[in-house]
Structure formats: C-alpha cells, structure tokens
Design a binder for this molecule. Structure first.
Ligand code: SF4
Length: 235
C-alpha cells in the first residue's frame, strides 16, 4: 500500500468500532504485529481488548532504567492478569555508560538526547523487520498526537502504525478500566495522570494539562517515539 492507500484506509476506519480496527490489524499483520506499552491506562485498555478478542501478540516495553518501581510492579500484575510475557527492550548504553560518554544526569541538560538514546534508538532497533506496530496513543494527549491517524505508514520505523484508541477520551479510558476492574498504576491517583521516567515526571496541580508533569519546565512534550523531535547520529 502507498501513502494514499493508508490515508483512505484511515478515513474508513473512522466509522469502525475499536474492536474491528484491532481485528483488521490482527488479520492483516499477525504474526508480524507487535504492541508497545508504557503501562499507562490506554495500554491496559488495549491489552484487555486484545485479550477479550482472543488475540495474542508480542507486547514490549522500553526499560530506560529510570522507570518508577510502581511501573515494574504493575507489569508483574498485568502479566498475571492477562497472561502476557512482556518483551523488555533495553537501550544500548547502560546508565553508567551514558554518564561516562554524555555526562551525569543527561536528562537535566539535554532531555532530547537522553530520550533519543534511551527510547527512540532502542525502539528503532526493536521494530527492525516488523511489519506493524499497535499503539495506545490518543489524539487528545498532545497537539502533535492530534495529527496522528488510526492507521498510517511510519516512515521513520518503516512499519505500519495502528492507533485504535486514537479517538478515545480520558474519561472513556477510565470508565473502561473501572467497568472491567482492571489494574492500573497507583500513581495515577496521586496526581500523576501520565507516568514516564522518574527524573522527568512530576505530579500535576488542579487544572493543569494531563501531561503537564512530563518534562516540567521544559518546552518538550514528546519523548520522540511517536512524534519526531529531531534526528541525531552519534559516532
Ligand atoms: S524521559 Fe527523561 S530520563 Fe527518560 S529517557 Fe527521556 S530524558 Fe531520559
């Protein structure tokens, strides 16, 4: 399919229930379909929808080495709940190696480079050779994600990207989680609606945007996984 075909397909997907988009992706791309998760609520809803439809596929997460302990605990719980063995994707550099090469606490001085090394490059490596990638991104999360499509060709990773929850609201996600009594990260009830790495995630105050606690004080709103921040090469 070319770029125009994906645009047409994305438009037709706007009329479909989420389950049918997932079914289409599974029929079309399994066993070369993978799902990513950061263990945020949308990902948990997507895992449950897959489970309900009887679909099994590799689910991976990127372990930057800086995740909250609550995230690791939730992963164990979800393994038991859904019977998923999550694939752990690691950056090429350990935190010690990164500090030696780029200096201590790179995230404070150059968060884009840190995200590039610890998230984007590992993802690029993992997706090499895969055909399609299922995500739980939602349009209302950021202005940049609002431009995403239900299905699109991802030029950077050379995969088809399917975003079945794109039109879901935050309320819909939480209604679903409560209705199905699904586990979730306890940090979400402590002022952290969006959880990333420990040094770059803070609690939000009343009235703030749900992602205001990510990279607080910086202009940065994306890690670069879903929306390109810039391209960088390292010798
Ligand atoms: S979120 Fe922060 S610590 Fe995590 S990879 Fe990005 S800059 Fe580094």
């Amino acid at each position: 399919m070319n770029r125009d075909d994906f645009a047409t397909l994305a438009e037709s997907f706007e009329q479909l229930p989420t389950q049918e988009i997932i079914s289409w992706a599974f029929r079309e791309y399994s066993p070369d379909l993978v799902m990513s998760t950061a263990f945020n609520p949308g990902g948990i809803v997507l895992m449950h929808l897959l489970k309900q439809q009887g679909y099994e596929l590799p689910v991976f997460y990127i372990d930057t080495g800086l995740l909250f302990p609550e995230v690791h605990q939730l992963r164990v719980t979800l393994e038991q709940t859904f019977g998923i063995r999550f694939e752990r994707v690691l950056p090429a550099l350990s935190l010690e190696e990164q500090a030696k090469r780029f200096g201590e606490r790179l995230w404070e001085r150059d968060a884009d480079t840190c995200c590039w090394l610890r998230k984007v490059l590992p993802l690029q490596h993992y997706l090499r050779g895969k055909r399609a990638w299922l995500t739980a991104i939602r349009a209302e999360q950021t202005e940049t994600r609002a431009k995403a499509k239900l299905i699109e060709w991802d030029e950077r990773y050379q995969v088809v990207k399917v975003n079945p929850l794109l039109r879901w609201s935050e309320d819909q996600i939480w209604d679903y989680i409560e209705r199905h009594r699904l586990p979730y990260n306890p940090l979400h009830t402590q002022g952290y609606p969006s959880v990333g790495c420990t040094p770059c995630t803070s609690a939000i105050k009343n009235g703030e945007h749900l992602r205001a606690g990510r990279w607080r004080g910086k202009a940065k709103v994306e890690c670069g996984i879903h929306v390109p921040i810039w391209q960088k090469t390292f010798s």
